[in-house]
Design a protein around this ligand. Structure first.
Ligand code: PLP
Length: 375
């Protein structure tokens, strides 16, 4: 098997899984319980929060565990709009956000909000000037992702944070593809809400996190219930997931340089080898070390993904969340139909080796030889 879909999700290491099993089978107390087992679970939750918040560059009390990135995105948007309900009902976002943001704001349009969708250039970039031009007196929220999940392009969130510093509009950034992939800290980013997810960095699925700081205040809870997570995200804590998230963070941070070196090597090697395929084009100015968007114009991506999948080479057609549909990201970038239809996303992790890339290049070459291009 050659797994080249790390932007969709990542494998959990045995070490991380073992920590989770130990929490489930031995340290299974409810953190709210008053006895020793419960107190130990509470300590574990506090430690996990400290670890993940530390990696995000914020204080533990600014960090809340959520169930996933999708929940965090939805929550941040709702909470920001609630706080700024007297400022207005205008939202600025980009046309290339993940559907966790796009579907949420689309729904809000039905509730009477107006939304400006800023479009990227043909390389997938968005400028601070475009965001500035979209702002209005009644803009309550700006939501701009840190790293695009299809192209790997990094957006200028720090600059946008500077732009909004003295304005009422709150800034949310979906950093699900950026966390521990591109360098940033919550403080320097200047966003009021930052959303992350564990399963993109070697952690388990079903757990994410939310930073709330800066201008964020009187935060609207995501749910109502017990007092867990300072009452912001009640529900009995998912202690094993939290422990898995924290362990994955520790492992990534402990091996940070090694991981960065491996990813850079993989990317450089993939770019060099893929360039050997005649007609292959690189899509977007990908900055993130783990994402490469490529196209074989005229060769539909679902055929490529299907055929490679049968050979145990796993890549995706754009975002894993948009199976079969034309990618809104590529459409917004103004890519011609043939190139957009032939675009696939290859994404790496610390486990990726050169043999994975060799297998990919060989299979893509064979696919091209076997199939006739569509006009
Ligand atoms: N945001 C981005 C940019 C993503 O890539 C993803 C997952 O693919 C999400 C949000 C959703 O995260 P989760 O799968 O944890 O809900």
């Amino acid at each position: 098997m050659h797994y080249l879909d790390h932007a969709a999700t990542t494998p959990v290491s045995r070490e991380t899984a073992e920590v989770m099993v130990r929490v489930m089978t031995e340290e299974y107390g409810n953190p709210s319980a008053q006895y020793e087992l419960g107190r130990r679970a509470k300590t574990l939750v506090d430690q996990c929060r400290k670890t993940v918040a530390g990696a995000l560059g914020c204080r533990p009390e600014q960090f809340t565990f959520t169930s996933c990135g999708t929940e965090g995105d939805n929550w941040a948007i709702r909470a920001a709009l609630h706080q700024n309900r007297r400022v207005g009902r205008h939202i600025v976002t980009t046309a290339v956000e993940h559907s966790a943001v796009l579907r949420c704001v689309k729904h809000l349009e039905q509730e009477g909000y107006s939304v400006t969708y800023v479009k990227p250039d043909s390389a997938g970039r968005i400028s601070t000037g475009q965001i500035a031009a979209a702002l209005r007196e009644d803009t309550a929220l700006v939501s701009v992702m840190l790293v695009n999940n299809e192209t790997g392009v990094r957006f200028p969130v720090e600059e946008i944070g500077g732009l909004l510093k003295d304005r009422a509009a709150l800034l949310h950034t979906d950093a699900v593809q950026g966390f521990l992939k591109v360098p940033f800290t919550a403080e320097k980013l200047g966003a009021d809400y930052i959303t992350i997810s564990a399963h993109k960095i070697g952690g388990p699925k079903g757990i994410g996190g939310q930073y709330a700081g800066g201008k964020a205040k009187n935060i609207l809870p995501v749910l109502y219930g017990g007092g867990q997570e300072s009452g912001l995200r009640p529900g009995t804590e998912a202690t094993a997931q939290m422990a898995g998230f924290a362990k994955a963070v520790e492992l990534r941070i402990g091996n940070r340089e090694e991981v960065a070196r491996r990813l850079a090597d993989c990317r450089a090697y993939a770019v060099e080898r893929l360039a050997e395929i005649e007609g292959l084009v690189f899509v977007g100015a990908g900055d993130a070390p783990h994402i490469l968007s490529i196209s074989l114009p005229g060769y539909p991506s679902q055929n490529i993904v299907g055929e490679l999948g049968e050979q145990g080479i796993y890549i995706s057609a754009g975002s894993a969340c948009h199976r079969g549909k034309a990618s809104h990201v590529l459409t917004a970038m103004g890519l011609d139909k043939r190139t957009a239809a032939g675009t696939v996303r290859v994404s790496f992790g610390p486990e990726t080796v050169r043999e994975d890339i060799d297998a990919l290049v060989k299979a893509l070459g064979e696919h091209k030889r076997k199939r006739f291009p569509m006009l």
